[in-house]
Design a protein around this ligand. Structure first.
Ligand code: F6R
Length: 606
């Protein structure tokens, strides 16, 4: 999704902006542009990659003040003209914008009637014209930006510069992230810390409705009614090295391979040997409050939602509290009944997914108590919730989520253990779960060692136009996540069904063209799952079974045996072969693994 970078300081802005934009490429984009100020505005924009933009920027593109953007088209096709920055007619004001301006058509008509000429199809261009209208009559750029933003309905993260005030950049946020980076006599801003960590790890997150003025010697933040705000500086513990492929062919493979370490980090310091409990200091819940909740409702989008389904299962099994998961994108639109004895849990890797954030805000408005399970420290969702658990999985760069999914499921196991031990879970069961969690990093490494075998299976199955994924109860969210991974990175159509539902409809699809990946853990449902395999094969369908027992291998066409953990924790491990299967299918089909078509890493629009 769109990315913003801004710089003000003694160095030339262009190389810093281009480097920052390259760091944002992982979010998905179709065009890019930069503008700098040096005795007037200089701008370059191209449809294509940041490397194409870098090639188009001449060496004399000097100036210590600049803004840059990667665009993901919403209003108007990807093109040089629609790329940001956008300028006013006099080429004095330059603007980059993330988000959507809902009243753009109306503003465009008014501005046109007033003499403005628009050259792009974007909603964003109206901001440049609006700022230009007032900048001549205001003392500060900040005031002109504030006046312009008051006329805008919609979401934005913006950076604005004025060729006649070459010492400052103004940025503002409403629904689309902006983070400031504090350097030595230089200031940065970006939509994502990834663009900043090469230069500084001291950051300040803007809140919705805040605006900041950046100069080389520092920054000031204000509300929309011009009251100055006090901000906390955070130190980011990720550095530029976290954003490299580390010698792997793709970020996705790097992130899949990191999971023994990332899961260890999610667990670190959180398991108590003595009482077999989980220490989760950030929940901000007393034991009394924890016991008072009668229900847990989990929300998240896409893979985050599927990891929430694993979480709901864990909470019901270990804590015996009714729990369920729902897509945040649906929840927020159905005017949900917010109950005061329900604990709400929002999941987000990025912490910026707009649908999840909006659902959290709606819950808070109605008095709901909301925890966050979030990877990105200081992100919007992390700041909005009442407490929560950070994943500590490190930055996830590839568009498809893998290590954050696994760490979220692990965080839910910790949460379920914590809730369970203040309810009915026995010390013996607490110990069993703690021991199981400690075994995970080693078992993850064992599964990763199966990669050559999984790659061969991926090559065998990748040519089919469609695949079915089935699992029962604990295996069902695993099947859903497996289907999601396959379709999003390999573009092979995939359906996920509860194995129990096959005979109620989708069995009609089964045949030689539709192989099935069956999640068959060694649990109390093993026999039922094996019966399902028989039903599929009787209809000519091939079966790839992922499970724990080699003994049943003859019931499938292919079988992948992985290490067994405690039954409740098995879904965490069963997902890993499916990540590798999707990865190798995508490689076999020569897809753009890290940047699948039509998708963005962090969906900050509705
Ligand atoms: C799938 C994927 C998406 C995200 C979803 C939520 O591989 O990456 O489905 O899981 O967009 O994103 P976060 O977790 O950042 O809120």
């Amino acid at each position: 999704m769109c990315g913003i970078v801004a710089y003000v300081g003694p160095k030339d802005a262009a190389p810093i902006l281009l480097e920052g934009l390259a760091r944002l490429e992982y979010r998905g984009y179709d065009s890019a542009g930069v503008a700098v100020v040096n005795r007037g505005l200089k701008m370059r924009k191209v449809k294509g990659r940041v490397a194409d933009l870098a090639a188009a920027v001449p060496s004399r593109f000097k100036g210590g003040l600049g803004i840059g953007h990667t665009r993901w088209a919403t209003h108007g096709v990807p093109s040089d003209v629609n790329a940001h920055p956008h300028l006013d007619g006099a080429e004095r004001i330059a603007v980059v914008h993330n988000g959507i301006i809902e009243n753009a058509d109306e503003l465009r008509a008014k501005l046109t009637a007033d003499g403005a000429t628009f050259i792009s199809e974007t909603d964003s261009e109206v901001i440049a014209h609006l700022v230009a209208r007032t900048v001549k009559d205001t003392d500060t750029l900040e005031e002109a930006v504030r006046t312009a933003l008051k006329r805008i309905v919609g979401t934005y993260g913006i950076a604005v510069l004025d060729a006649e005030r070459p010492g400052e950049v103004v940025v503002a946020r409403n629904g689309s992230p902006i983070v400031l980076g504090i350097g030595e006599k230089e200031m940065f801003a970006a939509s994502d810390v990834a663009a900043l960590v090469r230069y500084t790890r001291q950051v300040v997150h803007l809140e919705d409705g805040e605006l900041a003025v950046l100069r080389a010697d520092g920054f000031h933040t204000f509300t929309m009614d011009a009251r100055e705000t006090a901000k906390e500086t955070l130190t980011v513990d990720w550095d530029a090295g976290h954003y490299d492929t580390g010698g792997y062919e793709h970020y996705l493979l790097k992130e899949i391979s990191e999971q023994p370490e990332t899961v260890a980090r999610t667990l670190r310091g959180r398991l108590d040997e003595r009482f077999h409990i989980a220490h989760l200091g950030g929940l901000n819940l007393t034991p009394h409050e924890t016991r008072a909740f009668r229900r847990v409702k989990i929300i998240g989008c896409g893979s985050a939602y599927y990891s929430g389904q694993i979480g709901a299962q864990l909470i019901e099994e270990l804590a015996r509290i009714p729990a369920d998961a729902e897509p945040a994108s649906e929840f927020r639109y159905r005017n949900p009944v917010v109950e005061h004895d329900t604990l709400y849990v929002a999941i987000s890797q990025s912490g910026e997914t707009y649908d999840t954030l909006a659902a959290v805000q709606e819950l808070k408005r109605k008095g709901g108590r909301v925890l966050g399970i979030v990877n990105t420290v200081g992100s919007a969702i992390a700041r909005e919730v009442d407490g929560g658990v950070y994943l500590h999985a490190g930055p996830e760069v590839s568009v498809a989520s893998t290590k954050a999914f696994t760490s979220t499921a692990v965080a839910f196991a910790l949460l379920a253990l914590h809730f369970g031990r203040v309810h009915d879970l026995s010390p013996a069961d607490g110990r069993r779960i703690c021991d199981g969690l400690r075994k995970l990093p080693g078992q993850l490494a064992e599964i990763l060692a199966l990669e050559p075998e999984i790659a061969a299976l991926a090559r065998k199955y990748a040519g089919h136009p469609s695949m079915m994924f089935v699992g029962r109860v604990r295996g069902y969210p695993v099947a859903r996540e497996g289907a999601q991974k396959l379709k999003e990175i390999s573009y092979v159509h995939a359906e996920a069904y509860p194995a129990s539902e096959l005979k109620h409809g989708p069995l009609a699809l089964i045949g030689p063209d539709m192989p099935t990946v069956a999640i068959v853990p060694d649990d109390e449902l093993l026999d039922k799952n094996l019966t399902t395999l028989g039903e599929i094969r009787a209809r000519g369908g091939q079966v790839l079974m992922i499970g724990h027992r080699a003994a049943e291998a003859k019931l499938a066409d292919d079988c992948l045996v992985i290490p067994k953990n405690e039954t409740e924790l098995d879904p965490i491990l069963l997902t890993i072969p499916l990540q590798l299967l999707a990865y190798h299918a995508a490689v076999t089909l020569e897809r753009d693994v890290d940047k699948p078509r039509n998708l963005a890493k962090s969906v900050t629009v509705e």
